[in-house]
Design a protein around this ligand. Structure first.
Ligand code: COA
Length: 369
């Protein structure tokens, strides 16, 4: 049975920075309050030209480059997002087209901030079953589009960004070792965007009352998060046949420093073993774990052979943890390859001509069909 290794990683963040001081000009808050209660100093906000798919595509190209494979090598793309481009089509399909992954199947996965862990696990299980060899897993968010910048309870927390992993099959033991996924839908109302789905399509009343924005009971979410982070980390470690002492690093969902500190206390682990970068990006939801992992690798805190746990929680309520031994690229990257970014202009041309061809088919053959 093949193992599923994490062989590529990448991140992409919008350039625009929204600081706590900027927010203090918009709502009744302060830099001091936000830093003390959350640990966040600033977050990134997408420009009008950026979207979850564009950020996700950039992160994907980096991850492919790191793994040393081409978009056309991919069998499957899973995109986790709470701010997808549309209800349908999937953001994964749009990214598939953007990066030129012409052979890959693509679908979105919705498990809010726990989504990236669910997605790695789904990708890894597809590899373990032998049905695919290369999977791209993306976490991409533009939650600023669903944030009410008049609501100080929520607008201080969220930021935009994307991260991606490449998973590949190898007979060499390692990679994803064990995972747990949980859900408790009885807490669905604690964190939700009430309108815009089939239960409540957006109407004028909904628009006026801000039902298309994120609504959150911060206290309930905080209580739930501090309960499940330590517990699910322990479950994933036990499932992998490891001990907590084996862990080199825990990469937690970057929501609030106090939640991460509570998890560290619960596990009796030092904070140095928890990678934290939320002060610069805020809560980027499902993108926070791949962004944090990419930075941890960049600064040398994660190296091949390290035993890691990714752990997260979010709307649903959902929570999940996954234990993995860090791999890095499978092959030493000695052979010259076409840069994955160079597939993008070609993919745009290809996509354009496919649309033209489809339109022409409609004009010339449409009536006969
Ligand atoms: N600036 C200043 N004051 C604020 C504020 C802000 N941005 N937001 C809330 N307050 C006020 C409240 O109105 C309240 O005032 P009151 O005592 O007069 O009623 C006071 O600060 C305390 O509010 P409280 O909600 O108890 O703060 P808290 O310590 O629980 O922190 C959160 C609030 C949102 C930071 C915290 O509950 C949290 O992080 N929850 C989890 C949220 C989360 O992670 N969501 C994403 C999940 S993926």
């Amino acid at each position: 049975m093949p193992y599923a290794h994490i062989t590529g990683w990448g991140m992409h963040l919008p350039a625009r920075i929204l600081t706590n001081e900027d927010l203090a000009k918009m709502v009744d808050t302060s830099d001091q309050w936000i830093r003390e209660r959350t640990g966040i100093r600033e977050r990134r906000i997408a420009s009008e030209h950026e979207s979850s798919a564009s950020l996700g595509a950039e992160a994907s190209v980096q991850a492919l480059r790191m793994a040393g494979i081409s978009p056309t090598d991919l069998d499957l793309i899973i995109c986790s997002s709470s701010s997808p481009e549309h209800i349908f089509p999937s953001t994964a399909s749009i990214i598939q087209d953007k990066i030129g992954a012409t052979r890959a199947g693509a679908f979105d996965l919705s498990a809010a901030c726990s989504g990236f862990i669910y997605a790695i696990n789904m990708g890894a299980q597809s590899i373990r079953s032998g049905s695919v060899k290369s999977v791209l897993v993306i976490g991409a968010e533009t939650l600023s589009r669903f944030t009410n910048y008049k609501d100080r309870n929520t607008c201080i927390l969220f930021g935009d960004g994307a991260g991606a992993f490449v998973l590949q099959a190898s007979e060499k033991p390692g990679g994803v070792m064990g995972a747990v996924m949980h859900s408790d839908g009885s807490g669905a109302d604690f964190l939700t965007i009430p309108a815009g789905g089939s239960k409540r399509p957006i109407d004028e009343v909904g628009l006026h009352t801000g039902q298309h924005f994120i609504h959150m009971d911060g206290k309930e979410v905080f209580r739930f998060a501090t309960r499940v982070m330590a517990q699910s980390t322990l479950e994933a470690v036990t499932k992998s046949g490891w001990k907590l002492e084996d862990l080199k690093m825990v990469v937690p969902h970057q929501a609030n420093i106090r939640i991460i500190e509570a998890a560290a206390r619960g596990l009796k682990m030092p904070m140095e073993k928890f990678f934290v970068n939320l002060e610069r990006y805020g809560n980027t939801s499902t993108a926070s774990i791949p962004i944090a992992t990419t930075e941890a690798v960049q600064v040398g805190k994660i190296r091949p052979g390290d035993k890691l746990v990714f752990v997260g929680f979010g709307a649903g309520l959902t929570w999940a943890a996954l234990a993995a031994e860090w791999t890095g690229p499978l092959e030493p990257q000695t052979t010259r390859r076409i840069d994955p970014a160079l597939y993008q202009p070609w993919a745009r041309v290809r996509s354009f001509f496919r649309r033209v061809l489809r339109a022409l088919e409609g004009i010339f053959f449409g009536r006969q069909a």
